[in-house]
Design a protein around this ligand. Structure first.
Ligand SMILES: C[N+](C)(C)CCCC[C@H](N)C(=O)O
Ligand SMILES: O=C(O)CCC(=O)C(=O)O
Length: 372
């Protein structure tokens, strides 16, 4: 890794261009430099927060500056003085800064049992390396399997907490569900559920969904279906680019209705980062679509054509990973990316689990130094 020590600094209009020893340079506007002064009157180091309001940033420029290999010193026209370390400044090469914040999912289709991490719960809960491996599997494939978990809600909760914390929704925090109609939703039946993302009717869908089959007796079926929503979107873009484009723009309204609840939210099925073009979220759920009005017959037909073309990928069994959840093994998946479903079943089938918010699981991945 080439040194990021300071080689020289030059003035460019109201900016300072810092040239580093790795032959890269970064231009810092005076307003940015003043706003990033790290002196005690400008910055609360103990809370990592700016001390002043942006409206109180003085419209000043530098009156003089000096530097050595590791520091830049600025005296401002209002006589304020600022010091910046090379380590701090060298972070802000735009391309490197943007690239370091992009997630790099490994797209997949079909049975990925030999790729997805399967780790014993003791290694996950009791070792940093184990925790890193779980979150890396989630970042890479959107799925991880944690074995050796006690077949109880309580033991499942320990796993949910370690994944970032139990997210509370109208369904509760930790849930245990079966065919008992605890909520007005087909998850609480033995009906088949085609691959879908949860919570398309919430302003923010849950980040992770954690499922642990506590029992399935006196019956059959109830296979889990997983499919990579990002790979489906990429295939749609290749085969039906106009449908991909439509689904990145058109807002599909979703709803959840139950006594005392009426959630709705409208958002594109495929959310794209406008800066990088990366797919950042899939919100696909054919069941929870709300009845919508359309401003044209063309839009109405595009809605049905594009959703059906995307659904054909997700419903193609060669793209799906199907397996049976076993008591003791917890499955965790990225609900922003991986679609899940199940085949119909008979008998008594009890699942435990929870949601974890995206902020909370990405926080864990970030504090494990896996992402920026
Ligand atoms: C809470 N639990 C996971 C058991 C079921 C929640 C129902 C999820 C709903 N069908 C959706 O797709 O958002
Ligand atoms: O019963 C299952 O295996 C999954 C149920 C489901 O899709 C859900 O709860 O969102």
């Amino acid at each position: 890794m080439m040194s990021k020590l300071i080689e020289r600094v030059s003035v460019v209009d109201r900016a300072l261009e810092v040239h580093f020893e790795d032959r890269k340079s970064i231009k810092f506007e005076d307003c940015w430099l003043r706003d990033h002064c790290r002196c005690p009157s400008c910055y609360h180091a103990e809370t990592y927060q700016r001390a002043n309001h942006i409206l109180d940033l003085p419209d000043v420029t530098f009156s003089s500056f000096d530097y050595n290999k590791s520091q830049l010193f600025i005296t401002w026209s209002d006589n304020h003085e600022s010091t910046y370390s090379h380590k701090f400044l060298s972070q802000f090469n735009y391309k490197e800064w943007r690239e370091s914040r992009r997630l790099k999912p490994l797209l997949w289709h079909g049975n990925i049992h030999n790729k997805v991490l399967k780790i014993h719960v003791d290694d996950f809960l009791n070792s940093i390396d184990g925790a890193k491996r779980v979150f890396q599997s989630l970042l890479d494939y959107g799925v991880a399997l944690i074995s050796g978990v006690g077949v109880s809600l309580k033991d499942t909760e320990e796993v949910c907490k370690a994944l970032g914390g139990v997210q509370h929704t109208l369904f509760g925090g930790m849930w245990q569900f079966s065919t008992k109609a605890d909520h007005a939703d087909t998850a609480y039946t033995n009906l088949p559920l085609a691959a879908h993302n949860d919570n398309t009717y919430f302003t923010e869908a849950s980040g992770l969904q954690i499922l642990h089959c506590l029992e399935h007796k006196n019956g059959k079926g109830g296979e889990t279906i997983l499919v990579d929503g990002f790979n489906g979107a990429r295939e749609l873009k290749k085969e039906f680019p106009e449908d991909f484009d439509f689904l990145t723009k058109f807002k599909v309204e979703a709803e959840y209705i139950e006594d005392g609840y009426h959630h709705t939210y409208s958002a594109p099925v495929i959310k794209v980062n406008s800066d990088t073009g990366d797919i950042v979220q899939i919100r696909f759920n054919v069941y929870d679509r709300a009845p919508m009005a359309f401003n044209s017959g063309e839009n109405c037909r595009s809605y049905y054509r594009s959703l059906r073309n995307l659904a054909k990928y997700y419903e193609n069994e060669s793209n799906q990973w199907r397996f049976k959840l076993q008591p003791g093994t917890v499955m965790v998946m990225d609900n922003f990316r991986v679609l899940h479903g199940r085949t119909s079943f008979s008998g008594s089938r009890v699942l435990a689990g929870s949601y974890v918010s995206r902020s909370d699981w990405l926080n864990r991945a970030r504090t494990l130094n896996l992402i920026k």
